[in-house]
Ligand binder design. Structure first.
Ligand code: UN1
Length: 514
């Protein structure tokens, strides 16, 4: 577990104090609510810092700054904005070790994954730099003589970014790096479970932005209660886009509030990700990927593997090998390089885990491995055994996302049945098939295969690269973030038709003369 010296070292490297304030628009941190948030180390339960949360007044102050910054920032040529993001990527490279450690300390994922998350930020910065020179629209053919038609993409405005505890830094970067090169300014409301990561990121951005003369307010962070800050942000008509990551329940609320005011959303909500493991699969690859997908990040990724759909002919042997791997999982301090699985985020998450195991048993499930919380190794009841439960796909508990390392396993007889099981849940984020059959692989990734936003072949469900569009269908919310053409969500499209012929021609051949 992190000693006081270690914590001090991480704090110092990232310019963090023990008493912090929750609102920032590029200058000093501020907050006047008198409402303090304890930041708890999930490994030990120790309070490692306190943050004074933002009040409604603080929010208003910050939003005014953001609005004023937008009219200045949109004047800066996009490649210049990209240059600032390039420097942010450099600053992240320089702080990678410390920031990765902070992610691991505050969120509880193991260090290699904390560092991987920072790498994801660096990658999206690099990606956004290139994108800053490619915010292009097509030229279209006008039906009118001597007319030109084209599309332009313009900055959207102040966007709201709401992130979850499980990726406390990367999801901010996916959104903000793109939003900034697009000419937007961003107001970030991080999870109240991981405010230090947010403060550290904001500090890094502030330093880079200040050096480059970027107006204050282009990067804003606001830590506060959902009821005070979250609700205000989503209802705020000054914010044309809300990009939110979290539970389906939360997403439905945000979708309704933003929809009411006809704003846009990018919703990245719950997953219920499955791997189909065919009898034609390379089982060594399948095993390694299923193991990482289900146990990695202690099952707290939205892309975590939650279901395995295994061909009956290899079911027993595969399960046996998987259980052998589960037995070897070293559970403990996430900052210790020997650890494979750290704590869950808090005691509430353990209660959810226990409730899910209980429900699974009541619904006909058989616990193959795990199923229990551990005696707290460091005094805080946040450690559990990774769990495998054999159960039917239509059991109600299997139909819901439990944010914990619980893997549901089931058999299939033929490929069509595997597809039906695979798609037979309300969520649609990530998926994969392990097979050496071209026909199975192509079917899985075709229109009649996986109904998810991400469908992989011989790759696990989690650990998507930033270059692709990230997000999913059905109850996952339909939003897409990160690579491909996701930048378009952060801009507004304008169709321009330009008459250079000196004569009026109405479209569709309409004649209209006095
Ligand atoms: C999330 O859990 O919200 O694909 C994001 C992955 C990571 C991102 C997960 N690149 O698992």
């Amino acid at each position: 577990m992190a000693t006081r010296q270690q914590v001090n070292k991480i704090f110092k490297a990232l310019d963090l104090g023990r008493e912090l304030k929750g609102a920032n628009a590029g200058g000093e941190w501020f907050a006047d609510s008198g409402d303090f948030l304890d930041v708890v180390d999930p490994t030990t339960g120790t309070v490692i810092a306190r943050v004074e949360q933002a009040s409604a007044k603080d929010y208003e102050k910050l939003m005014r700054k953001a609005e004023a910054a937008f009219v200045l920032w949109r004047e800066v040529p996009a490649p210049r904005r990209g240059e600032v993001v390039r420097q942010l990527g450099e600053a992240l490279r320089a702080k990678k070790e410390a920031l990765g450690q902070l992610v691991s300390l505050e969120m509880g994922k193991i260090l290699t994954e904390g560092l991987g998350e920072v790498q994801e930020m660096i990658d999206i910065c690099d990606y956004a730099v290139g994108q800053s020179r490619m915010l292009s629209g097509p030229t279209l053919q006008s039906e009118r003589p001597r007319h030109r038609m084209m599309e332009q993409w313009h900055p959207l405005g102040v966007i709201g970014v709401i992130t979850a505890f499980n990726f406390p830094v990367a999801v901010w970067a996916w959104n903000n790096a793109l939003a900034w090169v697009c000419g937007d300014v961003a107001v970030w409301k991080p999870s109240s479970k991981t405010p230090l990561c947010a403060i550290a990121c904001q500090n890094i951005a502030n330093e880079v932005f200040r050096r480059n003369g970027v107006p204050q307010g282009v990067s804003c962070a606001v830590i506060g209660r959902g009821a005070v800050i979250g609700e205000r942000l989503v209802a705020d008509a000054r914010v044309p886009l809300i990009s939110a990551t979290g539970s389906t329940r939360m997403g439905k609320r945000i979708g309704a509030v933003v929809g009411e005011r006809l704003g846009s959303t990018i919703l990245e909500l719950g997953g219920n990700n499955a791997l189909v493991i065919s009898e034609k699969a390379d089982l060594t690859c399948a095993l390694a990927s299923a193991f990482f997908g289900a146990v990695g990040t202690a099952g707290q990724r939205c892309t975590s593997t939650r279901r395995l759909i295994i061909h009956e002919s290899i079911y027993d042997v595969f399960l046996k090998k998987l259980v052998a791997n589960y037995r070897k999982v070293r559970i403990g301090d996430p900052l210790d390089p020997a650890t494979l699985m750290g704590p869950l985020i808090d005691e509430g998450a353990v209660a959810d885990y226990e409730a899910a195991v209980k429900a699974a048993k009541a619904q006909g499930g058989r616990v193959v491995y795990g199923g229990k919380a551990l005696d707290p190794p460091f005094g805080h009841r946040t450690f559990v055994l990774p769990t495998i439960v054999e159960i039917a796909n239509d059991a109600p508990i299997v139909q819901t996302e439990t944010f914990a390392p619980i893997l549901y396993v089931m058999k299939y007889r033929n490929f069509e049945e595997a597809l039906a099981l695979h798609n037979g849940v309300p969520q649609g984020l990530s998926s994969g098939i392990f097979t050496d059959s071209v026909a199975e692989a192509e079917t899985f990734t075709s229109f009649r295969g996986s109904d998810c936003g991400i469908a992989n072949v011989n790759i696990g469900t989690s650990g998507a690269e930033i270059g692709g569009a990230f997000g999913g269908e059905k109850e996952t919310g339909g939003g897409r973030e990160s690579g491909s053409d996701c930048w378009k969500s952060y801009m507004r499209r304008q169709t321009n038709t330009i008459n250079w012929g000196g004569e009026v021609h109405l479209a569709q051949g309409v004649e209209f003369q006095p």
